[in-house]
Write a protein that binds this ligand. Structure first.
Ligand SMILES: [Zn+2]
Length: 497
């Protein structure tokens, strides 16, 4: 058996100013190719890790032209997209494959295409009309016809935070292998409803997504090979942003349609529970101060700077929440993190133990949202200097190499501020340990995150206080101008279905 395995992943925040060149894909200067890609992902708890394991179990020859994943940011540069899609298509052109296994995101917008994944699959199908294709997608997929029309089986995550990337690809890959052996004939039905679930209300530990995902899983008892409900990615001003469903069955199209409709009806019925209620920053900090300090053995009070999540396209350099923490005099705080490569170099130049005064953050303009991003002047001691490289402890992407770039911690006396050079969302304990910070010793932990922090830290937190700051992942959707998303759409409008 000969299998083509590849990864092309990007969640595009069309409101983000953060560029998406080829260099953003991968953990070094760009994507990984061939044996280097295989080596990096073999044995990891990632989608590629699952595909590789399945292929090796089958004794298959693996061709892996490229593994390219970038943190969320603005539309993908055309050059980067053509390079990545080109590598995959070149491999398809060589031919002789029994199956193609793709680890994609499902919300990639390029300078030229609203649906980057659909465009890739369309190109593959133009070269090779027959070889079965499995696609594994993120729960934040914004789904289009072209993804379904040009694939054999499409499957998505069931958890947010995403701790089932491995399981999802495994599910897609197993169905594909059965299809290759002629044991099943996958058919798919997909659909959407006009609603944009709020990211802060999308967690799969919370109602209603928890119950919706449980129903998806239970549909295997009703005859589904796979059922997926995508909550969608709302920070994308594209036609199909929002919630969608795809059900795969073994040759039974009407069953797939019936199960799809059930999921869409349930999600639509729950739409009000997907709306987020904003709180003012000063009220949030007052609440944080009123919470009893953690006792021995209790974890920190998490202050969630949710407007500026780099894993949703945030610049990670806004300072509104950190400035308020300093102004209010909160003590024993660790803040993760401010993205500011220049400030990192300034701190490295003075060295560990030296005092430094510097202006951090506020350097990246955000023309698509209101308000000015301001730098923050801090004075403190350089506590840590680090390469910023670590492997995830898990459960999210266990074992995968991460790279914050050169990183420092500045200790102001009350607040330890991590300053990093590459975008990494704090969703794993090792991003703190690498910088010499033990979250369990802190009263407060400021995190630039929305839901993913729960993967590695959720069970530790004594309490969570959501802090409205500033940034392109704004939780106030009235700050976003939607020109391309289909209208009417709930809750921007009040449509009937
Ligand atoms: Zn996602």
């Amino acid at each position: 058996m000969r299998l083509l395995i590849a990864m092309m992943k990007h969640e595009t925040n069309t409101f983000s100013p953060v560029p998406t060149p080829l260099a953003r894909f991968g953990h070094g200067p760009g994507p990984l190719y061939g044996d280097a890609a295989l080596k990096a992902y073999r044995g990891t708890g990632s989608g590629l890790g699952a595909y590789i394991e399945l292929a090796e179990r089958e004794g298959a020859e693996i061709v892996m032209p490229i593994a390219a994943g970038a943190p969320p940011s603005r539309r993908v540069d055309n050059d980067a997209y053509e390079h990545i899609a080109g590598k995959i298509c070149d491999a398809v052109r060589v031919g002789g494959f029994d199956g193609i296994m793709l680890d994609l995101h499902g919300a990639m917008v390029t300078e030229a295409h609203q649906d980057g994944e659909g465009e890739l699959l369309r190109r593959i199908r133009t070269i090779d009309a027959k070889t079965p294709i499995a696609v594994s997608l993120d729960m934040h997929t914004n789904l289009y016809d072209a993804m379904i029309d040009n694939a054999t089986v499409v499957v998505g995550y069931r958890t947010y935070p995403h701790i089932d990337t491995y399981d999802t690809a495994k599910r897609a890959g197993e169905i594909l292998l059965k299809a290759i052996r002629g044991e099943v004939k996958p058919v798919m039905a997909w659909g959407n409803v006009p609603m944009l679930p709020h990211v802060m209300r999308q967690g799969s530990d919370d109602f209603p997504n928890k119950q919706l995902q449980e129903r998806c899983a239970a549909m295997s008892k009703d005859g589904a090979l796979s059922a997926t409900l995508f909550v969608g990615f709302p920070h994308a001003d594209i036609h199909n942003a929002g919630l969608s469903v795809i059900v795969v069955t073994d040759g039974d199209k009407s069953l797939a349609e019936r199960l799809r409709d059930e999921l869409l009806d349930r999600a639509w019925g729950d739409r009000e529970a997907f709306v987020y209620k904003l709180k003012a920053l000063n009220e949030s900090l007052a609440r944080a101060k009123s919470i009893e300090p953690p006792k021995s053995g209790e974890g920190p009070i998490v202050l969630l700077d949710h407007y500026d999540n780099c894993a949703s396209g945030g610049t990670m350099d806004t300072t509104a929440v950190l400035a308020a923490i300093l102004r209010d005099g909160l003590d024993n705080v660790a803040a993760f993190a401010i993205f500011d490569p220049e400030s990192v170099q300034q701190a490295i130049a003075v060295g560990v133990g030296a005092e430094v005064t510097m202006s951090i953050g506020g350097k990246v303009a955000m023309p698509q949202i209101p308000g000015e991003s301001r730098p923050l002047t801090i004075t403190g001691t350089v506590k840590t200097i680090s390469s910023g490289r670590f492997r995830n402890k898990g459960p999210s992407s266990r074992g995968v190499q991460m790279d914050m770039g050169p990183s420092v911690v500045i200790d102001t006396g009350k607040v330890e501020i991590a300053v990093i050079s590459r975008h990494v969302e704090p969703n794993d304990l090792n991003c703190f340990y690498t910088l010499g910070i033990d979250p369990m010793q802190k009263r407060y932990l400021m995190l630039k995150s929305r839901i993913h922090w729960r993967a590695g830290l959720g069970s530790l937190a004594k309490a969570v206080v959501e802090c409205a700051g500033h940034g392109v992942c704004t939780s106030d959707y009235s700050q976003l101008t939607f020109n391309n998303v289909r209208r009417p759409i709930y809750p921007l409008d009040l449509p009937k279905r």
